[in-house]
Design a protein around this ligand. Structure first.
Ligand SMILES: [Mn+2]
Length: 221
């Protein structure tokens, strides 16, 4: 068992994950994760080098809409089925979906050889203007500066958007900065964040042929 598999195994035990595997067969960077706790039961397959296809069922319609946009605009493939304790509220469902997505991103990335590492995007959506900047450094850091004018959009608590991306950044080992530069409508603002994140992640995970190994003076990320 190599060091990474060992780490995955440890993570598996820590997070009570059922299976973590990386699809090496067709050279596509992808991951399949299942994670089950007393609060949520999540199955996800995620492909970095995808076509933008999504099949998402989280039980929260607006979150499905956001993850669909994330996959489409990042050209990722995402299948995600979540059974969460929505009778409590959306917190566990949203946070745990973020944990699994971050884990899937990390697994799909593998050794990060040849990737750009950095990515950023400023995405407009009507009144909303969202900035997202990413460094796939392996060191989690999260900064979120955004205030939504409403408490909810559909069944999604706006406060959970921050929780979702916090979970993604920490499990993926990603430096993630999100700022709202302008915005009046919560639906537009949140959608702009998810799409800006998709575009920034697509850039950061993309290959640059000038990069022969890992883009770090340390030699690993
Ligand atoms: Mn929309």
């Amino acid at each position: 068992m190599d060091e990474r598999s060992e780490n995955v195994r440890k993570c598996d035990m820590d997070c009570n994950m059922g299976s973590v595997e990386r699809n090496m067969e067709c050279g596509m960077r992808s991951a399949a994760i299942s994670r089950r706790t007393k609060e949520t039961d999540i199955q996800m397959t995620f492909t970095l080098d995808g076509a933008g296809k999504a099949e998402v069922q989280t039980g929260i319609g607006f979150l499905d809409h956001m993850l669909d946009g994330f996959a489409r605009h990042g050209f990722f493939d995402l299948e995600c089925k979540v059974n969460g304790d929505l009778q409590v509220d959306g917190h566990h469902t949203v946070e745990d979906t973020g944990i699994v997505l971050g884990t899937a991103i990390k697994e799909a990335l593998g050794d990060k050889k040849g990737i750009r590492r950095y990515g950023s995007f400023i995405l407009p959506m009507d009144d909303a203007l969202a900035l997202c900047a990413i460094d796939l450094s392996g060191r989690p850091y999260f900064d979120f500066q955004c205030q939504f004018p409403t408490e909810k959009v559909g069944e999604l608590d706006c406060a959970l958007v921050k929780e979702f991306f916090y979970a993604v950044s920490y499990t993926a080992g990603m430096n993630l900065h999100i700022r709202m530069l302008a915005g009046k409508n919560s639906h537009h603002m949140i959608e702009a964040i998810f799409k800006a994140f998709a575009k920034a992640l697509d850039e950061a995970t993309g290959f640059d042929e000038r990069i022969t190994g890992v883009l770090s003076t340390k030699g690993s990320l």
